[in-house]
Each structure stands twice: as C-alpha cells, then as structure tokens.
Design a binder for this molecule. Structure first.
Ligand code: BGC
Length: 749
C-alpha cells in the first residue's frame, strides 16, 4: 500500500513539475514577445505606449482638446484611451490603432467603480455588508458587463483608507479599517479580474490611489498629506499590499503630496515600496493630469521636469497630462532619463496587452452582439438587489417598529428622495446614453408600492428639497402623515454631494430636512427615517428622537426593491458600519482603533485633565462595526485552546452564537485584539478577523478563529514587522463598541 502511495505521489510530482515548466514556458513566451515588440519600437512609439488620452466621455479634470487624436493613434503615439465605451466605439478606435506601423492595440480604461449598466451600491455601502462573496460578485458582474462593452481595464478598486467623512471620496472606499479594507480590496480585485486576464469577462483592476490620498488634511480633496511612516505602513498601505497579493494588474498613483513629495513623483512609494519591496510586476498609471500638477504643487518647474520626476519615480503611464508625450523622448536623448526606465514602463504595459490577448485579437472585447446579451442579463438585476439589501444598515429600531407589516392600512412616504430616480445611482455610476434609467431603476416609491398588499394605501408628500430653506411643503407633509398608520421619511444628500471634489465642511443633514422630520415626529405617528448618502452624515436630533432609522447610502439600480425588502422584513438587515459616524464635525477624525493616550477619559463626564472634549463625548454617534438586526444574537462559551503561545504556535478561539430572536438572520462576529504593551503604542482595539454567519431563529452555531503570530504583529520603530512577547486582550463583539466576550492570553518569548 505504502509503495503504491509513493508511486502515485511521484506521478503527481511529475505532472506538477510538467505544469510548472509549461507555465514558465508560457510566461517566458509573453516576456519574449514583449521584448521582440520593444526592439521594433522607436522612442516616439515607446513614449506613445505611456500616453493615455481621454475620449469624449465625462471628465474629472481639464481635458486637452486634440483635434488630431486619431492621427496620433495612427502614428502609434497613444497607448490607451479612457472614457471610451461601447463595443462599437472601442472597435472603431481599435481599427484606427490597427493602422499604425506596429499595430499595437489600444487599452480602454474606465471608472467602473460600482457597476457598469447594472449599478451596485456605492463601495462604502457595499463595504457595510462585510460580505466578501457579495462584494466579489458585484465586481464580477460589473467586469462582465464592462468587458462586454469593450473595456479592458477598470480604475477600481479604490482602496484608500478614509477616516474623515468630510472627504467626498469616502464613498468610494471601504471605510476606516485596514483589515476590513484589505479583505475588501482582495474581494474586489478578484471580482474584477475573474479567473484570469484574457478571459472575455475579465477586466484589469487598478488599486488606487497610491498612496494615503484618503488622509488629505482637513478632509479637503487633493489636499496634502502629512503622516508618519508608522501610520502609513500600519493603516494606509495594507489594502494596497492586499491588492498586490490578489494580483491587481495595475496601480494608480494619487493627487496628494505625501510629506511634501507629490505621490506621482514619489520614488519611495512607487520604486522602493511597490516595485521594490513588494516586487510588483504590473504598471502604474498616473491620476488624471497628476504628472503636470506637480508644477502646481511647486515640486517641479515645468512639464519637462514633471516628466523627469514622474518616470524616475516609477509612474509608467501618463493620464492626460501630455508631459511624457511632450518631453520624454527629449529627456532620453539628453541622457536625463535612462532608456531602461522607459523600456521597463513600456514592457509592463505591453505585458498586460499580451495577457489580455489583444495581440492575438485586438477586437476580442468589442462585440456588439455579446454586449447586448450581457448588458441585458436579468440575473444581474437580481444580484444587484441582494447586494443592495445586504448594504443597508439598521441604526435604530425602538419597540420593534420595523419591519412594517405589508398589510398596514395607510403608509405615508414622505421626503425629497422618495420619487427620485437617478439619485439612487450614487456618484461614480455610469450613465449609458441608450438606457432609459427611469424604467431601469426601481425608485423607493416603486419599491414600496411593489411590496405592500393590495389593500394598503401609500400616500406621498415631498415636504422639502434636499437643500435650501423652503418649508412651504411642510404643512402638506404633516397633513399626509396624520392620515397614516406609519410614516417613512426619505432624506439625505444629493448623489453628487459626495464623490470626487465633493468635500464638505458641514456634513449635517442638509437643508431643512431635519426640521421636516421634527414636524412629522410631532404628529405622534410612528416614524421611520431612511437616510440616503454617500458618507456618514450628522443627524443628532433624529438619532435621539426618531424610533427607527435606516441608513441606505446609495444602492444603485435595485435601490427601491432592496429598501422595501428591508423595511417590510423580506430581508433581515445585517450590515455593519465600515466607518465611525461622528457626533459633530469637531470630533473628526473619530475612529475606533485610537491610542489610549497618557490621560484617557473613562467616561463622558470625566473632564479632569483627561484627553476629552469639554463640550462633546469622545465616542462616535455610531461606532465602527455597528448595525442592528431584526433578531438578537447571544454570544457565549468563549474558549481559547491555550492561554500562552510561542510565536510558532497558534491559539484556536471558539465561541457560540445563538439567534435568540424571532427572525432568521445574519450576524457578523468581530474579533478585536489589544496588545497591552508595545515598543510602539498599540491601539485600544484592532479588528483582526470576522465571520458573517446565517442563523435560523433559535439556532446556535459554534465558530472558530485562529490566532497566529501575524495577527499579533505590527511595525516597530525600525519598520520591522514583529510580534512582541507579552499580554494580549481578545475581544469578541457585535460591534467595536459592543464587546460581548473577553479573554486574555500571552505571547511567550
Ligand atoms: C480620479 C481617478 C479616476 C480618474 C479617471 C481622477 O480624477 O481621481 O480616481 O480614475 O480621474 O477618471
């Protein structure tokens, strides 16, 4: 028996080594092909590959109008176009590229951030699902649709950690935490890229914005970032590293300067860390015009110096600034830039064009028939609805006001967002010209209408606008509310109030919306407030007085149905906040993984020379990880396999979760650690693992976590990743501020 076993093992090993050799041969083939193309290229053609232009779609920065774009493509001096969509349009442009001397195909890039035709929840909302399968699936569908529309490359995921809700782009990331952010970065990269580049439903991912863009001072977009190396490595870089490990084909650098050096010209970020330490083999695209913007930063004198700085620092492709196009050839001729830098950048880009299969068939993604079929797949809408429901956070539910019975006699649905159509799509959605979104998107009104029984009446009043002081609609809204058994009020931001260049110093519920809520609450009717926004908003009065609050962000195409699923109990809410909600702007940044300080405040009334505000609690309004369910979950029986571990050992943690409520539902069990003493002070809590599980009413399940050295490590003063011996607190909770079970253990020398 033993003999047969070893023969089988030998055969397996043989096939495994054959496979590895084959794989090596294939990789070699692409590398060789890249080299052979490179040898044929003139310096102008090489620089051309590093040059990316905007087509004629939406722009997020100044567009240089070239009337001779087609001529340049024909001359082989353009490597990529962004904002060029549709199988027909991409085919036409590719045709132009095929008239160039070397027929190097164009890459088509696009911001496919949260869906293509089918719009999914904004990324921050999806992050609230804590559901990696759902997040990966949403990215998968977005990629499938985009690829069928001729797109090879999405400028997503944005993996910037963001702890400042004034920053408009907080909507585009996964929130405040590096662990959750890394898991989501992985899920999104895998989702976009599918099984492998080259498959017809895969697009290249782009981890952006490298790096620390989310820490813009004061939350003002494009602003400077000043940060210690420790914070950079511990909080802001991990999701980027996760994206590298997940195989992200590309990176985008960022608009900000980091400690005085613009990220685009930052060799420490791009050469030392990304391409050096992390051995990254993909390519880096600049952000829109960011190479040229180094002149405004005051870091270079002109576009000649900008090109020199960016290529030296490792920026491979120039998005829209024309700095490379206008200067790089000259810089090489003048020996300011070694040709090896240019060659390396070109090779990285050609490598991806080969991997996508574009050299075999440049038109393979541009197929109108496939596009029509894929973009109209009804399965996508179903999944969009499920993902949307998973993203809705239940913030408050006094006396089980929710879910509402579908047989309620009269329901008033009030507020400026009830009948809105496109607002539901959020900031980074794509509006395709031939889609009638008024039919495609399920409005909140329609969603509720679809849900309630035939005998129920749904009444409507707008009440007020999103912004402005006009209260003329209040009286009608109050009268409407008085006729109802239950009132739902839908308020929030406009979708374009959060997003790029949409920083706000005041993030309170805009306009007179909170006054409208007050007026309706005064009727004495049971009130449910639905808040739609791209960021955490501040709504203290509502939080204190209204019995039920649902945070629905921007949920995309299926928003209305998903909201109704939650409000009427067909989906039991399970989302948890991926970012802390402040009580006031003055508290920002407020995040759960802060240090203890030398003078910690023990409670809100503790003001005796401690680290506290004299006029406001230290705690957030809603904490990271918080979110209610219609059910209740009991945590019990925490056990550790041992109380002391050596660094090469692990501890198994087990506990039981019971659904003690009346509804089946999901709970996200969160594991936090605290290293009590560190050579670098450690946060009071750090998320190190979580599990989302489904439990029927009355059901109990046992779950397990594993503690290993990785989970105990951090960057020390020398930026070495170490676990220091000593005592650790283990906290298991339903939220960062709702720890249910606690234990401690020791890491031995
Ligand atoms: C944004 C990027 C985006 C690019 C292309 C820039 O303004 O910062 O995130 O990918 O535009 O649209």
């Amino acid at each position: 028996m033993k003999k047969i076993g070893s023969i089988i093992r030998l055969i397996c090993l043989f096939f495994l080594s054959m496979q590895t050799n084959l794989l090596n041969a294939q990789t070699k083939t692409i590398a060789q092909k890249v080299d052979s193309v490179l040898q044929l290229m003139t310096i102008e053609e090489k620089v051309g590959q590093l040059n990316q232009y905007n087509d004629d779609w939406t722009a997020t920065g100044p567009v240089t109008k070239d009337n001779d774009k087609a001529k340049q493509v024909k001359e082989g001096t353009v490597g990529s176009l962004l904002n060029c969509m549709g199988a027909e349009r991409t085919r036409n442009w590719q045709n132009v590229a095929m008239q160039s001397r070397l027929k190097i195909p164009l890459l088509f890039g696009q911001d496919v951030i949260h869906g293509y035709k089918t719009t999914f929840p904004i990324p921050l909302a999806e992050a609230a699902s804590w559901d990696m399968d759902a997040i990966q699936l949403a990215a998968r569908i977005a990629a499938t649709e985009a690829a069928a529309s001729g797109i090879h490359w999405t400028f997503a995921p944005m993996v910037d950690i963001a702890r400042d809700p004034r920053w408009g782009r907080v909507m585009e990331g996964a929130g405040e935490d590096p662990y959750l952010g890394s898991m989501i970065a992985t899920a999104r990269v895998k989702g976009f890229q599918g099984n492998k580049l080259g498959d017809l439903d895969a697009v290249m991912a782009c981890a952006k914005h490298f790096a620390a863009y989310g820490a813009a001072i004061g939350g003002r977009d494009y602003n400077s970032v000043d940060m210690s190396d420790r914070l950079l490595w511990e909080v802001y870089l991990p999701p980027f590293k996760a994206a590298v490990d997940a195989g992200a084909a590309t990176f985008m650098n960022s608009f900000n300067d980091l400690n005085g050096v613009p990220a685009t010209g930052n060799a420490y970020l791009q050469r030392t860390i990304l391409k050096g330490k992390w051995n990254y083999s993909g390519f880096v695209v600049s952000d829109w015009g960011s190479i040229g913007e180094m002149i405004n930063h005051g870091n270079v004198k002109n576009s000649y110096e900008a090109a020199l700085s960016a290529i030296t620092a490792g920026s491979d492709m120039d998005m829209e600034s024309r700095s490379y196009k206008n200067n790089l050839a000259q810089l090489v001729k003048e020996n300011k830039v070694p040709i090896a830098f240019v060659d390396d950048a070109v090779k990285r880009i050609l490598q991806k064009k080969f991997e996508l299969g574009l050299f075999d068939d440049p038109f393979r993604f541009s197929n109108v028939q496939r596009e029509n079929k894929v973009l109209n797949d009804p399965e996508h809408l179903k999944i969009a609805r499920q993902v949307a429901a998973k993203s809705i956070v239940l913030l408050k539910n006094q006396n089980h006001l929710l879910p509402i019975s579908k047989n309620t006699k009269t329901i008033a649905f009030i507020g400026p967002l009830v009948k809105e159509v496109k607002q539901n799509m959020g900031f980074w959605s794509i509006e395709l010209p031939d889609v009638d979104y008024s039919k495609f998107i399920v409005t909140q009104w329609q969603g509720v209408q679809n849900k309630i029984s035939k005998n129920s009446h749904l009444l409507y009043a707008k009440g007020c606008d999103i912004e402005g002081n006009n209260k003329n609609g209040f009286a009608e809204a109050v009268e409407t509310a008085k006729k109802a058994d239950v009132v739902i009020i839908s308020v929030g931001e406009r979708r374009d109030m959060s997003g790029e260049a949409k920083s706000r110093s005041n993030i309170h519920l805009p306009g007179v919306q909170e006054e409208l809520i007050k007026a309706i609450q005064a009727t004495g009717k049971p009130v449910v407030v639905l808040i739609n926004a791209g960021r955490p908003l501040i709504f203290n009065w509502t939080a204190d007085h209204v019995p039920a609050i649902v945070y629905s962000w921007w949920l995309g195409t299926a928003a209305g149905d998903a909201i109704a699923d939650v409000l009427f109990g067909d989906y039991n809410p399970s989302a948890k906040l991926p970012i802390s909600f402040p009580r006031e702007e003055g508290q920002i940044p407020v995040y759960y993984s802060h240090f203890n300080t030398g003078r910690p405040a023990h409670n809100d009334s503790d003001l005796n020379y401690v680290s506290a505000y004299t006029d406001l609690s230290n705690s957030p309004r809603y904490a990271f990880g918080y979110g209610l369910s219609y059910s209740n979950f009991k945590y019990s029986n925490l056990q550790l396999s041992k109380s002391k571990m050596r660094s090469d050992e692990t501890i198994e943690v087990s506990l039981q979760i019971s659904n003690i409520g009346n509804y089946a539902g999901e709970e996200t069990v969160q594991l936090y650690l605290r290293d009590r003493v560190g050579s670098i002070v450690r946060p009071v809590k750090e998320l190190k693992d979580f599990k989302k599980l489904f439990l029927n009413a009355g059901e109990t399940k046992t779950i397990r976590f594993m503690i290993d050295q990785q989970k105990l490590s951090f960057y020390n003063q020398q930026l070495q990743w170490v676990a220091e011996p000593g005592d650790f607190d283990l906290m298991i909770g339903s939220s960062s501020d709702d720890i249910r079970l606690k234990e401690s253990f020791e890491l031995l020398n």
